[in-house]
Structure formats: C-alpha cells, structure tokens
Design a protein around this ligand. Structure first.
Ligand SMILES: Nc1ncnc2c1ncn2[C@@H]1O[C@H](COP(=O)(O)OP(=O)(O)O)[C@@H](O)[C@H]1O
Ligand SMILES: [Mg+2]
Length: 308
C-alpha cells in the first residue's frame, strides 16, 4: 500500500527526516513510534502531499506522491496532529465540508457523515457546535473528517495526545474496528503501550532515522533482552531437577524453593521448562513471567527513555 524509500526532509539546513524507508502492506496497522521531535509529523506531512520531499521516493497504491498527487489524495485520509475543524460549525457541518472538498455530494455525502458520527460515538451531538466539544470529542470528529471520502489508508498523527481516557479508549477501539473492515493505518505515537496494542509492525524513529523495525517479537529480539521467569516450587529442587533446565535457560539462580530463570524466547521456552520440571517430579506452586516492552527496546537502542 505504501512504499517509502530513503525519504529526506529538511527545514533549512536542519535534517528532520533522514533517509527513512519503510513499507506498509494492505490492511496493516503500522506504527511510527518515537519521542517528541523525532520526525514523525514531518514524515506524515510529506506522505500527505502537504510538503515536498527533499529526497527519496514515496509510492502509495502504486502511485508516485509527487507525479500523481491528485490520484494519491483520493486514496489517503489525513488526520493531522493539530485539530483542523471549524468551531462555529456543527459536527455534521464540519464533516459535510470535508466531504465536499473531496467532491462528495447529495445523499451519499449526508449518509457518510451520519455513518461516521455514529462510528465515533457522536451521532447525538451532530447538530452541536464543535466549539462546545471537549478535546477528545474534537479529536474524534477530526478522525471522522479524515475518513469522509472512504480512503484506503489513513494517517493518524498522535491521535490520543492530551485527551481523556474514555475518548482515548474509543479512538483505539475505532482504529481496530476500521482496520478489521479493511482500512490500512499509519499511526504515530510516543506512547509505547498504544503501539504495542494496535500495530502489526512498528518503526522506531529517533532524530529523523528509523533505528529499528518489525513486529513486537522481532523488536524484542533486536533488543536482545532476555525475559525473566520466576518459579516457586512446592519443594526445594533436587540437583536432577535443576540439571533438566540447563539446556533451556540462559541462567538459573536458586533460592530455597524459588528459581529465577533468564531465557531468550520465553514463549517457546516456557512450555519446555514446565515439561522438564514435570518429568523430574517437581511441582510448580507459582510462576511469574515478564517480557521486555518497547520502552526497554528503545532504551537499549538509544540509551535514553522514550519520554525523555
Ligand atoms: N516547520 C518547521 N521548521 C523548522 N523545524 C521544524 C519544523 N517542523 C518541525 N521542525 C523540527 O523538526 C524536528 C521533527 O519535528 P516533528 O516532525 O514535528 O517531530 P514529531 O512529530 O516526531 O514530534 C523537530 O526538531 C522540530 O523542531
Ligand atoms: Mg508530531
């Protein structure tokens, strides 16, 4: 759906997007995760045809974003980080306005506006002025506006920043639902929990560069983190029981009946660990497992925390 090749964007001599390459498959939710100032919005602005790239190529649905801009625009929905709505218009009038910009009219235009008001949970507020809405409600209307012309792919630039938890939940669930209905999504965020929850694949961006990319398990592997597993046995383990674990775990420490293990791929290792223990007759009383999250991955790659 989207192929970005060595994209560059400069402001004067400052390089905001530095040779960024990634692709998004049809039907995927792709996350650009990075701290403030990483270059997420600058990337989105180029992909939205709002500014020209200073280098590189972008293809959307097989079309070049510079040479075939008009066709590209019908395929993408843009939901900018800064809310772009008319406060003096009602929610529905805003949606009608954005639909008309894309050449929609008549019954189809009105039907689509109602459909989307319903989708963002604001059908009953359709006649109210957007100026009277909370930040979260405005953001939901902003998303609806970007979807009026039924794009194949939507860009959501930090759609959950500074809003109430209820609106945030609604937006995350909406993105999931739209995606199951076939919409391809490019989602930017500096909240790693959101990226973990929503995205099929994630590109971690920092200082204008993609420093790691992949599915969450792949990114965890990049960080080379080992997952800690704590096992409390019913009895103090015998040397035989400990020996059985040797080939499976990276390291093992024993404190009475408590085992602390480190292993590389905990999802694969855990059944093997439990099976070996069962074979030696050990009885498990309690088990705890942690997996490295994206924060750990970012820390490992950059030496900084995501929200510094
Ligand atoms: N119009 C602009 N002029 C100059 N510098 C800009 C402009 N827009 C963004 N920048 C700078 O480019 C960098 C990336 O910004 P941005 O793409 O907005 O990051 P993000 O969306 O990841 O927070 C930042 O250092 C920012 O200050
Ligand atoms: Mg931004």
């Amino acid at each position: 759906m989207l192929v970005v090749t060595e994209l560059h964007k400069k402001y004067g001599s400052f390089v905001a997007v530095d040779s960024v390459s990634f692709r998004i498959n049809d039907g995927e939710v792709y996350g650009l995760l990075g701290p403030n100032g990483a270059g997420k919005s600058s990337t989105i602005k180029v992909l939205s045809c709002l500014t020209k790239p200073d280098g590189g190529h972008v293809q959307i649905d097989g079309l070049d974003i510079v040479a075939q801009q008009a066709q590209v625009k019908t395929r993408i929905g843009i939901v900018p980080q800064d809310i772009a709505l008319y406060d003096d218009f009602s929610a529905k009038e805003n949606l009608l306005f954005f639909g008309r910009l894309y050449g929609m009219h008549g019954a189809d235009l009105r039907k689509r506006a109602d459909e989307l008001l319903e989708a963002v949970g604001l059908l009953e507020r359709g006649k109210d002025h957007v100026g009277s809405f909370s930040g979260g409600m405005k953001r939901r209307i902003n998303i609806a506006a970007g979807l009026m012309h039924r794009p194949k792919m939507v860009y959501l630039d930090e759609p959950t920043v500074g809003i109430d938890p209820q609106s945030r939940r609604l937006i995350l669930d909406l993105v999931k639902r739209l995606n199951t209905e076939g919409l391809t999504v490019l989602f930017t965020t500096h909240y790693m929990e959101e990226a973990e929850e929503l995205c099929h694949r994630i590109g971690i961006i920092d200082f204008g560069k993609i420093i790691a990319e992949g599915t969450i398990p792949e990114l965890r592997a990049v960080a080379g983190e080992v997952s800690p597993i704590e096992i409390e046995l019913r009895d103090v383990p015998t040397p035989q029981q400990l020996e059985a674990l040797g080939p499976i775990v990276e390291s093992l420490t024993v404190d009475g009946s408590r085992l602390s293990l480190l292993c590389r791929d905990s999802k694969t290792a855990l059944p093997a660990i439990l099976q070996s223990l069962a074979q030696t007759g050990a009885r498990v009383h309690h088990l705890e497992m942690d997996e490295p999250d994206l924060e750990t991955v970012f820390l490992k790659l950059t030496g900084r925390r995501l929200r510094d």
